[in-house]
Design a protein around this ligand. Sequence first.
Ligand code: FAD
Length: 575
Amino acid sequence: MIDHDVVIVGGGLAGCRAALEICRLAPDLTIALIAKTHPIRSHSVAAQGGIAATLKNVDDQDSWESHAFDTVKGSDFLADQDAVAILTQEAPDVVIDLEHLGVLFSRLEDGRIAQRPFGGHSHNRTCYAADKTGHAILHELYCNLLKYGVNFYEEWYVLRLILEDQQAKGVVLYHIETGEIAVIRARAVMFATGGYGRVFNTTSNDFASTGDGLAMTALAGLPLEDMEFVQFHPTGLYPAGVLISEAVRGEGAYLVNAVGNRFMVNYAPSRMELAPRDIVSRAITTEIRQGRGIHLDGSGGGPFVHLDLRHMGREKIMSRVPFCWEEAHRLAGVDAVVEPIPVRPTGHYSMGGIPVTTSGQVRLNQDQVVTGFFAAGETACVSVHGANRLGSNSLLECVVYGRRTGAAIAQDVRQRKFPQINYSRYVQEAQEQIQQLLDQPGTLRIAELRNQVQDCMTDHCGVFRTAELLTEGVNQLESLQQQYGNIRLDDHSKVWNSELIEALELRSLLVVATVILSSALNRQESRGAHYREDYPQRDDQRFLQHTFASYSPTGMDIRYVPVTINLFEPEERRY
Ligand SMILES: Cc1cc2nc3c(=O)[nH]c(=O)nc-3n(C[C@H](O)[C@H](O)[C@H](O)COP(=O)(O)OP(=O)(O)OC[C@H]3O[C@@H](n4cnc5c(N)ncnc54)[C@H](O)[C@@H]3O)c2cc1C
């Protein structure tokens, strides 16, 4: 058994920022930072458009209150307003701190950090490094952690959380390179395992975004919060689904349908292309459904709309959004300087997650927390995004709440000794789990089952939902769950068995998909990204509440928990 004071699972922005804070505040603590990828290949590295903070470098009328209001309105009033106040008040400080760490932000003429407009934000407050912001931040954080001597477990797959008597005691992990199984015992465990975009068949997320941390939490018997709120980003490149950043619309690009109209005028006349993502995604989907989508030969009735940058001119495109130009060119053969880019909504972000307090401590229910267990970043739900996240607020959440969670852990571990763990029991269980997967005489390929799960979710739990569709989805998923015992692995080796990892990830997808579908079926209203055609209105009377959904193979238990409203009274959401 290996001992570390703190175990952090996840090497993206949230995990790295938490680790940095612990290093700064409590250099005597030993930290294990585990990632199934190399840390700098975490999905955070792909973040493009930027990070919001009211630095007022471009717009001196901006304020944290305005940022907070935009965030709460964007969330369709489901965000917890105490958490949003912290997010927006601490934003300038964390961004300046990143700059001091060495992050290469894009600059104004006078040398200050540049800021651009972004969807749903009423002021120009998004700081950026061209359209490679996540890359710039993650690399600097990682380099700083190397300096502090953090223990990295790169390409180790965490199999389970060790939770006994509502206390987190460590994790069981599998070394992808060698097949070795290990148990790390810790005085505090933190999950920063990112999102679950791969639950859908079209997504902007990397292959590793399979919701493992969410699934491990659910399988440990703990609830997940607001999982029905899935963000579909309006501009996924057709057909691959990779992201064309909102920065492109922030810099002035238009959305145009088959008859050449900038259709956003019919959906959000005051914000047009820079309305929040839930609204723009519904608008695009409606245009496509009503026959005003476009085919690749340019004719109408097709599966995408156009993102038109041509009026921006070559120089602006190449200096402000060069990576998006390159993506469209490389993946769709489109030169965005002279042609519009084909786009449609793509699965992008998880508003829900592991419920946490504003100190990052995992919540068991409305009043209780889980001893020694913390979470931050996309896998957590604090909840600053409520029913719909605004662009450039997620990197911010990772950094603000990563820092706060790190600070809370640095204090919390002092109160606790290393817990007792039955080490051999956990090793044996993990060995059996893996051996069973390697040995089972199935007939189904992993990719076949995974595709069916992803199609099931895309078809039944997408931008528009109904009870009928969702119920069909739940039933279909149940029979897919049963197929899991029937998958066959061709690779039986211990060394770099990527098929085995895919099988483990598929289990995560199945658990997470079940929680999303059930939470969505239960919420009989439309709010933010969750749109029920059979309940098209927001229903504050019944559903101005957070979903807490607990998983068990025999059925879901769904409860509701109050929203914190201490700044802005809910009102109708118009743009
Ligand atoms: C293409 C794209 C562009 C985006 N652009 C922006 C933007 O401009 N602005 C913005 O605010 N947000 C943006 N977002 C969202 C934002 O990037 C993410 O929400 C955020 O980076 C998530 O960071 P994280 O630290 O929570 O998780 P991630 O960066 O996803 O990291 C997860 C980590 O957990 C590890 N892990 C997971 N499961 C296991 C396991 N079983 N065992 C071991 N390790 C595990 C992974 O290896 C990884 O290191 C974008 C997202 C995408 C997909």
